[in-house]
Ligand binder design. Structure first.
Ligand code: TPP
Length: 320
């Protein structure tokens, strides 16, 4: 793998930042400090980190209801994210949205989205606009296995293919759509085969191996940047918790959960970094400690921020 030590450690730091943010959000939610829904990304960190390491600020992403990881990996501000989760006026959406609508257009985060599969056609539209403006930027659309059954997935892949657009479709196959196992909601095992129907290169990778994700994304993003059109990458992974905080997940087989937890992408990459002499344990501990301080600072920022004002209730809200 042709990455520098700094790049390797950045990948690790991004994954740890996502994990720590999510664990803190879980703790706050269970402690009654947050309202609304929380869909955690724990276990899937290697995907957002591995993909977004190949993007620059002018490249764009569309995200999902499980979007914190994508936003952090794309450079989102954790203070504003944490404030949004707390419903504070300093949050990304001035405290009016919560977890599922965070966007930051200045750094190409076109938006999380509570509508399953809605990010794919938006990504195609953004890719069309980038090409129309003759920019060499690309768009990444993140989505789940469940979303790959929606019409929007098929329409988006078809249009991206026929217009040869610079968009990379990243399917995060965590093997469940809410409580429904993948084997019950579709007959295929590898979602990447669906690229064939649209003449789009499709690849399946180990989504818990950040270097495998990085390599596949680098190839697809590089191709899209050079005018080579769209790609579909399926990353096989596992969500550590339920669909949302509060889901007791009786549908998960404990043996399967145990098997997947043993492939947790973070300790796995830590082991690789140490065995390959990119880091010693103390380096990784220092990264974790510094990330934890930043997350604690984000919580203090959020909790000391003002609530939105009652007179602003109708501002930034659109009526059709
Ligand atoms: C159009 C639409 N249908 C149904 C829902 C309810 N819903 C929320 S998340 C979800 C499952 C999505 O599964 P997947 O795409 O695999 O993503 P994951 O939650 O596994 O990350 C469903 C059905 C929704 N939000 N939008």
């Amino acid at each position: 793998m042709n990455l520098t030590k700094d790049q390797m450690l950045n990948l690790y730091e991004t994954m740890v930042k996502i994990r720590e943010f999510e664990e803190k959000a879980k703790e706050l939610m269970l402690g009654g400090k947050l309202a609304g829904f929380l869909h955690l990304y724990c276990g899937e960190e290697a995907i957002a980190a591995g993909v977004c390491a190949n993007l620059n600020d002018k490249d764009c992403i569309t995200s999902t209801h499980r979007g914190h990881g994508h936003i952090i990996a794309k450079g989102g501000d954790i203070n504003r994210m944490m404030a949004e989760l707390h419903g504070k006026a300093t949050g990304y959406c001035k405290g009016k949205s919560g977890s599922m609508h965070i966007a930051d257009l200045d750094i190409g985060i076109v938006g999380a989205n509570g509508i399953v599969g809605a990010g794919l056609p938006i990504a195609v539209g953004v890719a069309f606009a980038l090409r129309y403006k003759k920019m060499d930027n690309v768009v990444v659309a993140f989505f789940g296995d469940g979303a790959s059954n929606r019409g929007t997935f098929h329409e988006a892949l078809n249009m991206a293919s026929v217009l040869n657009l610079p968009v990379v479709f990243i399917c995060e196959n965590n093997h469940f759509g809410m409580s429904t196992p993948q084997s019950v909601h579709q007959k295929i095992k590898d979602i990447s085969v669906r690229g064939t129907a649209y003449d789009i290169p499709g690849k399946t990778v180990d989504g818990n191996d950040v270097l495998a994700v990085h390599e596949a994304a680098a190839e697809a993003i590089g191709r899209a940047r050079k005018g080579g059109g769209p790609s579909l990458i399926e990353c096989k992974t596992w969500r550590h918790y339920g669909h949302f905080i509060g889901d007791p997940e009786p549908y998960k087989d404990p043996e399967e959960q145990k098997k997947w937890l043993a492939t947790d992408p973070i300790p796995r990459f830590a082991k690789y970094l140490i065995e390959s002499n990119y880091a010693i344990q103390a380096d990784l501990d220092a990264i974790k400690n510094s990330v934890r301080e930043k997350i604690e600072a984000a919580v203090r920022y959020a909790q000391s921020s003002p609530d939105p004002l009652p007179e602003d209730i109708y501002s930034d809200v659109y009526a059709g």
